[in-house]
Design a protein around this ligand. Sequence first.
Ligand code: GRF
Length: 188
Amino acid sequence: MKHRLAIFASGNGSNFEALAAACAKNRINADVALCVCDKPGAYVTERAKKRNIRVLELRPKSFSNKAEYEQVILNELQKENVDFICLAGYMRIIGATLLQHYEGRIVNIHPSLLPAFPGVDAIGQALEYGVKVFGVTVHLVDQSLDGGKILSQAPIPYNGNDRDELEPMVHTREHALYVETVAEILKN
Ligand code: GRF
């Protein structure tokens, strides 16, 4: 049986694209059932529509709290029989409502070698720190900020400080590692 995947994203969606392409090519044993986006109009929504993937666009500010916001998402996930969630540039902490139902079945990609540089702009943080080995991490999502169990990592040696040069290297590595890791988790 194929898994039913939801991908949560807030922005460009290049990791969404990598995962969706891998599902379409059966490299990942799943169909992308839903794209959840908290920034209506973000580029990821166009990517999803091009692939005929259903998009759920929500404005978190129009809900009175996180539980109410996540309950709407949960209802849609259940309607679509989603059994696994990938966060791909989703700029929000997952709350208790979603964790209760999906803990252990939500993963995230982060552009640093965690536990170094959690939170926003990990690439900028690492450049500022002057590290010589950058990298990416796929981890389980829990209630912490980028602190769940590490599932896979890839180092990116880079001895410079040019963000425009480094960023594409990080993203290319992310796409490969995310696909590889999710494929392995969902292979059965
Ligand atoms: C990626 O660097 C990811 O690791 C981070 O947010 C970025 C999203 O990029 N969590 P994209 O929207 O997938 O292109």
